[in-house]
Design a protein around this ligand. Structure first.
Ligand SMILES: Cc1cc2nc3c(=O)[nH]c(=O)nc-3n(C[C@H](O)[C@H](O)[C@H](O)COP(=O)(O)O)c2cc1C
Ligand SMILES: Nc1ncnc2c1ncn2[C@@H]1O[C@H](COP(=O)(O)OP(=O)(O)O)[C@@H](O)[C@H]1O
Length: 273
């Protein structure tokens, strides 16, 4: 913190292409200041560190929300004594009732304040809430374009019904906490198991198993062979395949999953893994 000369400030859930435009303005001693609201569910907690080489410092919203503009700048000066430049976006607001903007920063901070213009994709302003909305309708491609990377979730391995490996296809079942789950359905995905470096082509199901026991599941079938997952896995979403459906028999469900596997295999074949 003592060496930091430039910072960018925000909630930074998503670490999307709008956020990256801010990070591009940091120098090599630049630090990202994440204001933790408790609502981040696209890139919660330390997962943000995957999408930047800059150091990240976390401030709790509750510790700063009461501050006026002067108080906020003072806090930054104490935390970063060598601070010369603050980078924020066009819609950055802070303090009580979010009533201060970059103009207040410019008036009070005795250094440079860089304001990044609105980043758009296909003429649509990029924001975390829009990415959440896209995931909730299964628009993975759209979400990924806004993010600039594949949306991913991490979960702890749990036991499934044991039906998959016996009668259907073997899957890794996950308990996913903290991350927003995309809409119920079937997805072409890449799955990373435990601490492997490699991602496996896979097809994943999210939803209530309406054709079997009705319980909610997040599960991934690995296309390139059966593997053991000890502890955790990560699912990186590439495309939406179909909605969750109720099949009248296990045989029909099996036929549908076979088609899902073929579709996902075709789509993922061309990716460099
Ligand atoms: C690619 C794929 C697609 C699936 N599609 C559905 C579906 O449309 N409807 C449904 O009820 N269950 C679906 N399932 C979930 C199965 O019901 C589940 O794999 C099966 O119940 C075995 O679960 P287990 O791994 O816990 O034993 C799907 C599973 C996979 C891997
Ligand atoms: N599309 C964008 N273009 C430019 N700056 C942005 C954009 N989205 C967010 N920012 C900036 O990034 C920082 C973090 O904003 P935040 O509120 O966490 O993002 P979001 O609006 O996506 O939830 C703020 O300084 C904000 O002004």
């Amino acid at each position: 913190m003592n060496k930091t000369t430039t910072i960018s400030i925000g909630g930074f859930d998503g670490m999307h292409i709008g956020h990256q435009a801010l990070f591009d303005k940091l120098d090599d001693k630049g630090t990202i200041v994440v204001i933790e609201t408790g609502y981040a569910n696209l890139t919660p907690d330390r997962f943000r560190e995957r999408y930047t080489t800059h150091r990240i410092v976390y401030l709790k919203l509750d510790d700063i929300r009461h501050l006026d503009a002067k108080g906020f700048v003072n806090l930054l000066k104490v935390k970063f004594p060598k601070l010369k430049k603050i980078v924020v976006g066009y819609d950055f607001h802070f303090g009580k009732d979010r009533k201060y903007s970059y103009d207040d920063l410019k008036n009070i901070f005795k250094g440079e304040v860089v304001v990044v213009e609105e980043v758009k994709h296909n003429n649509d302003s990029v924001h975390s809430h829009k990415i959440r909305a896209k995931l909730q309708i299964g628009d993975i491609k759209g979400a990924n374009e806004f993010l600039g990377h594949n949306y991913m979730v991490v979960g702890k391995r749990i036991d499934g019904q044991g039906l998959g490996s016996k009668e259907l296809f073997a899957t890794i079942n996950l308990d996913v906490k903290d991350f927003l789950l995309p809409k119920e359905g079937v997805y072409a995905t890449l799955t990373r198991i435990d601490d492997e470096e490699h991602y496996h082509p896979s097809v994943s199901f999210i939803g209530h198993r309406v054709s079997t026991d009705g319980t909610f599941a997040v599960e991934s079938h690995i296309l390139d062979g059966e593997l053991t997952c000890k502890d955790k896995a990560e699912i990186s979403f590439v495309d939406f395949i179909r909605n969750n459906e109720k099949f009248d028999s296990i045989q029909e469900l099996k036929e549908a999953i076979k088609k899902d596997i073929a579709k996902a295999g075709k789509e993922l074949k061309f990716l460099q893994l």
